[in-house]
Every structure is written in C-alpha cells, then in structure tokens.
Design a protein around this ligand. Structure first.
Ligand code: KIV
Length: 267
C-alpha cells in the first residue's frame, strides 16, 4: 500500500500505474470524513447522491450548488489524507464551459481538489476549459444519475454493441480533453476492463466489475443504512464487521486485494 501522505491528483495516477487499487467512498460531513480518512480511504467523493441519501429526494436533480459547497466544506474539515472530489450538481455546468468554470471555482474554493461532471464527448470542450484553468476533472460515464429521466431509470449502460462503442469513444474523448479520472457506473464488467486497459487515466468503477483501477460506493449503501432494496453491485460491509470503522477498513482492504467487487456484484 502507498504511504499515507496526503493523496494528490498525480499520486492517484501513480497508484494506478503501480497496480494499487484506488478505494473511494462518498462522504458528506466532517465526522465521516475523519473516520474514512483513518480507515485508509484514498478518495472522498462529495457526491450529489447527498440529495437522495441525506435529502430524501428520489433523484439527484434537486441538489443545488450551494448544497454541494456546504458539504464540500464540511468534508474538507475532516479529511487529512484523502483527496476530496466534489460533484457539479445538475444545471450548474451543462450550459457552457464558462458556467462550469464559475461553478467549479466555488467547489475548489470550498476545498475540493477535483470536480466531477456527468456526460460524454459533448463535455470535452468543458473539460479542456476547466483543466486549462487548473481545475482537475473527473468524468462520469455509463449510468449518469442526472440523466435518469432520459434513460428511463437506473439501468445498466453499454449493453449493445453500438452503446458500448459510444461509451468507449466518450471515455477516449474525456481523457484526451484532460480528465484525470473517470467513474464508470453500471457498465458490463468486460467493457469497463477494456476501457481501463486502453486509457492512460485511472477508472473508478461502481457496478462495473473488478477490472477498473479503483472502486467507489455510496457510503450509506455500503453501511446498509439507505432504505429499500440495494442495487446488485452493493455489498453491505457492516455484515461481519464490528462497527462502522471496521466496515470501512474492510471495504478498503477488499478493494486493495481485488476481492471486491466479486462476480455476484457484476452487471
Ligand atoms: O453522487 C454520487 O454518489 C456518485 C457516485 C454514484 C459515483 O456520483
């Protein structure tokens, strides 16, 4: 395992090159940030999933930039070692690169070290614009929760030959535009493995199989406290572990060892 010094953007790329898996969890407040940090989580994602797991909404669409700024500030207060990524919420980056820059600058000022946005090749000019202005970017392909109404639900993406080809093209375009990281959500494992092998930037999977350079889960899912039936790719790490910190440590160990996700978590 790499040394526990503060994680950096180039440091994540170095981990992937060295074959060390990147462990990422969502996080929304300072207390959990401190706990996740102690447990060795490499990256804390202030996800707009907070609209669902904290706000109780049915989707991430109602989340505002002010919500994201507030929670990013909270997380950075607790994080000492982990790198902090913050989501650009719906409606705060899609209109133009300039709009994205104004929104991203607020998240960076709140303490984020990278911003994440959902979308493919059409966002490449925006990624280029942000990176040129020293804002590291994480892409997000496959299931894009902000597009839930266009997609008709939270469904596996890239299952047909055509959609798999399109997903691969999108990944290449985002990487070429300067993205530092790429989340692949609910994508067939074979496709995620293929994309990971081809790209020079690390991929982080969620429901995308074990072939990605790292794994992310929503914190409340892996602690088994989000109401309702969990998605197939979720493992409840509280099972068999004595407390929250032990569960998070088990997640980190399972990701690093390559034992999570298993075949039962693949799409
Ligand atoms: O908002 C979020 O929690 C996310 C993860 C699902 C990757 O984007």
């Amino acid at each position: 395992m790499a040394s526990p010094s503060h994680r950096t953007v180039p440091g994540l790329a170095a981990m992937a090159r060295a074959g060390e898996k990147i462990a990422m969890l969502t996080c929304y407040d300072a207390s959990f940030a401190a706990l996740l940090d102690r447990a060795g989580v490499d990256v804390l994602l202030v996800g707009d999933s907070l609209g669902m797991v904290i706000g109780g909404h049915a989707s991430t669409l109602p989340v505002t930039l002010d919500d994201m700024v507030y929670h990013t500030r909270c997380v950075t207060m607790g994080a000492k070692t982990a790198l902090v990524i913050a989501d650009l919420s719906f409606g705060t980056y899609q209109a133009s690169p300039e709009q994205a820059y104004r929104s991203a600058a607020r998240l960076m000022a709140a303490g984020a070290q990278m911003v994440k946005l959902e979308g493919g090749a059409w966002l490449a000019p925006t990624v280029e614009f942000l990176v040129a202005r020293s804002i590291p970017v994480c892409g997000h392909l496959g299931l894009q929760p902000q597009s839930v109404h266009r997609l008709g639900g939270y469904k596996v993406q890239g299952k047909t030959e055509e959609s798999a080809r399109e997903l691969g093209d999108d990944a290449r375009r985002l990487a070429a535009a300067g993205a530092s990281l790429l989340v692949l959500e609910m994508v067939p494992a074979a496709l995620a493995t293929e994309i990971t092998a081809e790209l020079s930037i690390p991929t982080i999977g969620i429901g995308a199989g074990p072939g990605c350079a790292g794994q992310v889960l929503v914190l409340y899912d892996m602690l088994g406290i989000y109401p309702g039936k969990p998605m197939r790719f979720v493992r409840n790490f509280m099972t068999g572990n004595d407390g929250v910190e032990a569960a998070v440590t088990a997640f980190v160990q399972a990701v690093k060892a390559g034992s999570f996700p298993g075949p039962e978590h693949c799409m």
